[in-house]
Design a protein around this ligand. Structure first.
Ligand SMILES: Nc1nc2c(ncn2[C@@H]2O[C@H](COP(=O)(O)OP(=O)(O)OP(=O)(O)O)[C@@H](O)[C@H]2O)c(=O)[nH]1
Ligand SMILES: [Mg+2]
Length: 363
């Protein structure tokens, strides 16, 4: 009887220890995923750095590379062009098919026609009749537009460097800010985020969570307050604290809304008067919007002087051709690409990988 009782007590003890372990593990993972909230109105101290780095952090911090992020484009466009390469000789239909295939990547009708015409002209000069040569010339033609572009993020001038993110609703501005903040923080730079989206109620809390995860500071304003004033305050705080970089969020807006585009101009003007230097105005474009991204790029650049594009959600799109269209037509460099929702899923734009995936030379 005593033995049975002892075994029973032992089993209960084992069960308690096991359940406690699971709960502790769950709490740890929740802290890592969500991060600690920052409950200070103006400027908050870094908190993410105190979180121990368990295995999940390492997983989360492995960026999805550009080639994997372009899997959909490769599947639709790259695969078709790779098949065309194997064809051998070519005829008139080959060029129409090349045009139709590139249109699937949403390069746009005009840009696609120009690109195919240019490739075809170069091809005529080879005197060959080979589909391999033709697709290789397409690749070379695309690269000749994209290779010699300066894609470095400008941080020159009096510190802090202010980086402003603009774009339509839901493009990925706030998420990109979180990723950039983490990137700079990992490099050992002091970063202050400016919660310049004072329009949407939950926007500054969302940025707060990213600040916490990246372990950087944040300056917030009153809900409905002046976004330009928030950016000014963040630049002033960064200057006072000796922080090198300010990354400013803005509310999403349609490029057709003239009032909101005027507001962007004001943010720019006020930032120019703030301490530091406005070094980058990054337009965030959702790759799934395809050709509309080109329209957005034109309008936002007229209003706010875009210095570079961040193309987000390329992982969810086969329409990444808009990156080529933007560089070819507007000459605005694509600087970064979003390849996923994780904090590390922001990679520098690499034209060789990009063109290879479109033309079917990718892995
Ligand atoms: N798959 C994928 N999702 C992304 C990427 N970038 C952002 N997202 C998602 O896109 C959604 C919108 O992102 P936000 O950062 O809130 O977009 P926003 O431009 O700040 O939106 P507003 O402030 O409402 O204008 C979120 O669900 C993000 O997780 C990316 O590169 N890949
Ligand atoms: Mg946002």
């Amino acid at each position: 009887m005593h033995v049975v009782l002892l075994v029973f007590v032992y089993l209960i003890a084992v069960a308690i220890v096991a359940t406690g372990g699971v709960l502790i593990a769950r709490q740890r993972s929740a802290r890592v995923r969500v991060g600690k909230g920052i409950g200070v109105d103006s400027i908050a101290e870094p908190s993410g750095s105190s979180v121990p780095p368990p295995a999940e952090t390492a997983l989360e911090e492995t960026p999805v590379p550009l080639s994997s992020g372009m899997a959909r484009t490769r599947g639709v466009v790259g695969a078709a062009l790779a098949r065309m390469r194997l064809r051998g000789g070519l005829d008139e239909a080959f060029w129409s098919e090349m045009e139709e295939t590139l249109l699937l990547a949403d390069l746009g009708l005009v840009i696609t026609s120009e690109l195919v015409a240019e490739t075809r002209q170069k091809y005529r000069m080879t005197g060959l009749n080979s589909s391999v040569e033709a697709i290789e010339l397409l690749r070379a033609t695309m690269l000749s537009t994209m290779m010699d572009v300066d894609r470095t993020l400008n941080l020159d001038g009096d510190p802090p460097s202010v980086i402003l993110l603009i774009g339509v609703n839901g493009a990925g501005k706030t998420t990109t800010i979180g990723k950039l903040a983490k990137y700079f923080a990992d490099e050992g730079r002091a970063v202050v985020l400016a919660a310049g989206d004072t329009f949407r109620a939950a926007a500054s809390d969302q940025l707060d969570t990213w600040a916490s995860r990246a372990g950087v500071e944040i300056v917030k304003g009153a809900p409905g307050g002046d976004p330009a004033a928030v950016v000014f305050d963040a630049a002033s705080k960064a200057s006072a604290k000796g922080a090198q970089i300010v990354i400013a969020d803005t509310a999403g807006r349609l490029q057709t809304s003239s009032n909101l585009m005027e507001e962007l101009k004001k943010i720019r003007r006020v930032t120019d008067r703030a301490p530091g230097t406005l070094t980058e105005v990054l337009l965030v474009i959702d790759a799934t919007t395809g050709q509309n991204g080109l329209v957005q790029a034109k309008s936002f650049t007229e209003a706010a002087g875009t210095t570079g594009v961040v193309l987000t959600k390329l992982d969810g799109s086969a329409k990444g051709g808009v990156a080529y269209a933007i560089e070819k037509e507007l000459g605005i460099p694509i600087k970064f690409v979003g390849t996923g929702e994780g904090i590390a899923d922001l990679v520098p734009f690499d034209p060789v990988t990009y063109v290879d995936e479109i033309c079917g030379f990718g892995s």
